[in-house]
Design a protein. Structure first.
Length: 416
């Protein structure tokens, strides 16, 4: 690196965002994720022994996926190349692989290829990477916020170890913020009390990047007091966030986790928990009609014949949301959620229909019994269609005849 490049790198480091300036360089400074990189853990041992396999890091934003990838490259003295699956394509990949091969031949240098948001690559792009992971030309570290079981092709996934990173705890965020306050602002003394600290960590939803960006903006926008200090309070932090702080992706993992929590809380008769999960979804911007449709399903799946009015309540709630929209329809959904959670439960019809589906798949070609068939023509009558059918009203519904196909004769799906 010449002097010009070195100076440019130093200048960029000075002006880089706080989250980048405070990025840990080794495991000693890395905060959180002790379940996977704590002393004695498998990944920690692999890093220290320089026996890194290809890896997929699955975790929420700001949990340390890219930072951990950089630390691994540094400790193992590997060449680190980072690309984003959002903007990079096959042409970029081929160029990177060509350079990786040259580095291996000329200098014996191993390449760690870090692909951020790897779930954004399609099947063809992931398949194109597969041979080079398999032959060891590159060690892949992929990062994703989505479940890799669904988003990473099975052939590539089978050649990687998946490590799940958890959302950072508030105490983890406090340690990160305390370090940033003391080391990240040269010549600036910052005063942040415990209450403001807790407020910032709670609104950051376990995302270190969100916390550090808000902290940096708040400090930069606040005048020093008479003692030359920057004093932060809750109002400054709230204004600095300037966006919804809820972790939510309408098409992603969190979306399905939250609707699952709502459904299971309703099923478990816990109206308070059901209201909470409803609020988490609505306040993060979920479509109320989507929730309304799921409530209709809950009304028949978990309540069913124990309270048939539950279906009426759910359908009415859906139409009510359609009429007036958000934010006014939030109470409509809340009322329906409470009703469904408090209602008696029965899965008799739900389970019965599950058995019906199984039998239907196995008996799709079973003929309808002749006495149940319609006979609008003489030929059909001559063939025995409708013969010996017992008209139920004439028998006061006490007739004795079979209504199922021969193979399912006498089958019962419902309890008396």
């Amino acid at each position: 690196m010449d002097l010009f490049d070195q100076k440019l790198k130093q200048d960029m480091q000075k002006t880089a965002p706080l989250a980048e300036r405070m990025r840990p360089q080794d495991l000693a400074d890395f905060v959180g994720q002790t379940e996977i990189i704590g002393r004695g853990k498998l990944l920690r041992e692999a890093i220290e022994k320089d026996q890194i396999p290809s890896i997929i890091f699955w975790g929420p934003p700001g949990s340390g996926k890219s930072t951990l990838a950089r630390i691994i490259a540094r400790i193992t003295q590997s060449r680190f190349v980072q690309i984003s699956a959002v903007s990079a394509g096959m042409k970029d990949l081929r160029e990177l692989l060509k350079e990786a091969e040259a580095q291996r031949k000329l200098y014996g240098k191993r390449t760690i290829l870090f692909i951020d948001e790897i779930h954004r690559w399609n099947k063809a792009q992931q398949d194109g990477l597969l041979p080079y992971v398999e032959n060891g030309l590159v060690t892949l570290i992929g990062a994703t916020t989505e479940n890799p079981s669904f988003e990473v092709v099975s052939a590539l996934l089978s050649r990687c170890r998946v490590f799940v990173l958890d959302q950072l705890r508030e105490r983890d965020l406090e340690m990160i913020i305390e370090r940033a306050v003391t080391q990240g602002f040269s010549g600036i003394k910052v005063d942040i009390n415990d209450e403001t600290m807790r407020y910032l960590t709670s609104l950051s939803n376990g995302d270190a990047r969100v916390a550090l960006n808000a902290l940096e903006f708040a400090i930069g926008a606040t005048e020093k007091n008479s003692q030359g200090k920057v004093v932060l309070d809750k109002d400054i932090i709230k204004e600095s966030l300037q966006k919804s702080h809820y972790l939510y992706d309408k098409g992603g993992e969190q979306h399905y986790n939250l609707i699952s929590a709502l459904h299971k809380s309703v099923r478990g008769n816990n109206a308070d928990a059901a209201l909470y999960w409803l609020g988490r979804m609505l306040e993060a911007g979920e479509d109320p009609l989507y929730i309304g449709r799921r409530l209709v399903r809950m009304a028949v799946e978990d309540i069913g014949m124990a309270d048939p009015q539950a279906l009426e309540q759910a359908v009415a709630a859906y139409h009510g949301c359609h009429f007036i929209g958000m934010p006014e329809c939030d109470v409509i959904l809340a009322q329906c959620v409470v009703y469904l959670a408090r209602a008696k439960k029965s899965v008799e019809v739900y389970q019965a229909y599950g058995q019906v589906k199984q039998d239907v798949r196995q008996s799709m070609d079973e003929p309808v019994p002749l006495h149940l068939r319609n006979a609008p023509t003489k030929l059909m009558q001559d063939l025995g269609y409708g013969k010996n059918y017992q008209y139920s009203p004439d028998y006061d519904w006490q007739e004795n005849q079979e209504y199922l196909p021969e193979k399912l004769k006498g089958k019962r799906y419902l309890r008396d």
